[in-house]
Design a protein around this ligand. Structure first.
Ligand code: NCD
Length: 285
């Protein structure tokens, strides 16, 4: 992780020396689900390193529109390219895509399970803004059950000496597989509150995420346990960093954008440097 973060720092400060690192290589970006930040930053990262990019953001334009399976599609495409980046609504997609992969495959989001490159850029942003990760108190607030970005971040956080506060009622509580992962790694420095208004105002990082409505079979009426309001902001420490992987919903009101604690646009910008670092790590000797 330190290697990736240091490389991202180098790209951020001056990308010119690295503009040919993957020259002659091709990345396939296969997006079976909507995306803005993730797809654009992957594509631009690879191009800034001198590579070429192919792919789709609507699988119906591939032979899947003629009924070809996902497995056959990725098996064919991997023969033409050097790396594949895949986002897919099924949790099983990554396992299927990597089953006989001979090239690196990057998970850009598999259903409601994981979104590891988002977690990398989230952690990188924390390191950049706070100067460290160890010793911090980090609140994860929102749909902890279906938010794949939060799952991946929670798993990475267990590698550090941090204190995590989960902010969600049981119905949106942390996914079981993450809790099992924490147990496996012996990570136990966490506690839970069910509403944002019960969170202490002195956390170092407040990570908000929206309710993942597109993944819920039954739509809840109005959900507001995670909505940041004036009262909460007034007692939030002046040094707290507020992050959100975006897209946001009503939990992160637009009036917050001008507050110096709101760092989600910087966070999104960091996706570029971190993804450049990741490609370099995978593809450069
Ligand atoms: C996230 C995702 O797709 O999981 N978005 C992103 O990649 N920045 C978060 C979300 O959709 O809420």
């Amino acid at each position: 992780l330190d290697w990736i973060f240091d490389a991202a720092d180098a790209f951020r400060s001056d990308r010119k020396p690295y503009s040919n690192l993957v020259a002659g290589k091709v990345a396939a970006l296969l997006f079976f689900e909507p995306s803005t930040r993730t797809r654009f930053s992957f594509e631009i990262a690879f191009k800034k390193l001198g590579g070429a990019v192919v792919g789709f953001s609507d699988a119906s334009t591939s032979s899947m529109g003629k009924g070809e399976t996902f497995e056959d599609t990725v098996r064919i495409i991997q023969q033409y390219v050097d790396v594949m980046v895949i986002r897919h609504p099924d949790e099983d997609s990554l396992r299927l895509a990597t089953a006989d992969a001979r090239i690196p495959v990057i998970n850009a989001g598999n259903g409601s399970q994981e979104h590891p490159t988002q977690a990398l850029l989230d952690l990188y942003t924390v390191r950049q803004l706070k100067g460290r990760i160890n010793g911090l108190q980090i609140a994860l607030c929102g749909d902890l059950r279906h938010g794949r970005d939060i799952h991946s971040l929670a798993i990475l956080l267990a590698l550090y000496d941090v204190e995590v506060i989960l902010v969600a009622p049981p119905s949106f509580g942390m996914a079981d597989f993450v809790q099992r992962e924490w147990e496996l790694r012996g990570f136990s420095k966490y506690s839970t509150v069910s509403r944002l208004k019960d969170l202490p105002g002195d956390v170092d990082v407040l990570y908000l995420n929206r309710i993942q409505r597109e993944r819920l079979a039954v739509q809840p009426a109005e959900v507001d346990f995670h909505v940041l309001n004036d009262d909460f902001l007034a007692r939030l420490d002046s040094k707290t960093v507020i992050l959100n992987p975006m897209p946001r919903s009503h939990e992160t009101p637009t009036w917050l954008d001008s507050d110096p604690r709101a760092k989600y646009f910087e966070q999104a910008a960091n996706g570029l440097w971190v993804r450049m670092a990741l490609f370099s790590m995978m593809l450069v000797e």
